[in-house]
Design a protein around this ligand. Sequence first.
Ligand code: PLP
Length: 404
Amino acid sequence: MQTATTRFSQGADAHGQFGSFGGRFVAESLMPLILQLEQAFNTAMAEPDFLAELDRFQAEFVGRPSPLYFAERLTALYGGAKIYFKREELNHTGAHKINNCIGQILLARRMGKTRIIAETGAGMHGVATATVAARFGLQCVVYMGATDIERQRDNVARMRLLGAEIIPVTSGTGTLKDAMNEALRDWVTNIDNTFYLIGTVAGPHPYPTMVREFQAVIGRETRQQMLDREGRLPDSLVACIGGGSNAMGLFHAFLDDEAVRMIGVEAAGEGLASGKHAASLKGGFAGVLHGNRTYLLQDEDGQITDAHSISAGLDYPGIGPEHAWLHEQGRVEYTAIDDHQALAAFHTCCRQEGIIPALETAHALAEVARLAPQLPSDHLMVVCLSGRGDKDMPTVLRLMEEQA
Ligand SMILES: *Cc1c(COP(=O)(O)O)cnc(C)c1O
């Protein structure tokens, strides 16, 4: 637990480790690139010009600050905690992912890189990457599992409209983990001109820290907005977890405030016991993937297994190493919500608040439904509305037809 010398917000050590998690498990040939990136990131973050440019794009292109909204009818329905939404779904491209993409593309430009690569599973990170690449006129290549390309046609079309080239990955099961491997391979072979834009708080150091820093604007704004509105800090924070970037973004500004309770919500899919889930912390164990050591979904031989969830954006087979550490330290609580619970919370949010949330976000909302009724009316709870649900219409309509 926390000692006088440990602050939870301090993050990774000089080797990029969060306790025994994180680090950089990459091919020798990638090390110079990773070190160059770390240096460029640290330099940029200390330069007022870079930070001012980042602020300007967050304001004018992304649409920040996002509102902190009192969910009055949901609060009345659950009859407990006072529930606030941090409205990341109002950002350009409809989710929090663009916060990170803007930061990384500005860095890539400063480093003189001309080619952006990314991997995507559900396609949301691919769309956000293609968006910023178009804005800055950089070539964009997105690796995507062949199975995912079939499942996510709309997002594939969006990426192509924005000028990105999609490379289908047929190795393995043709899903996200295979696309990640291919992207890392591309990076090694195109060292000079290429920037690898990772979409969550995973990958080798400095990515988990870098992505967290670009997403931390969520928590910084929330803190100020709550102080302005209620005159004090929130009592609890709730966010869904795929790789964990919207959660780290919301949590980071509050990590050293001991009184603020934090809950990260993984996807339990068809149930933890079914083996068909995406809960790396609750249902996995530690190993190495994507250049870092963390909790992973894997079989007894250490083979990474595919994640399952009603929400394609939570299907990352690992979790960011900082979350693994915060879990071990007991600073953040982690829970899991299954497909049925998420879908119920999705419908409730639509009807009560007039907001169609992403199915990923609905996992956080289901945890709110579980917690809020047990808490007093002066308990201030903030849930990260990580994205909007327009992209999920085909899935939701199919499920409603099946149930009709
Ligand atoms: C991608 C995505 C997530 C999961 O990613 P994190 O890195 O865990 O935040 C959650 N919500 C939405 C709307 C997404 O698009």
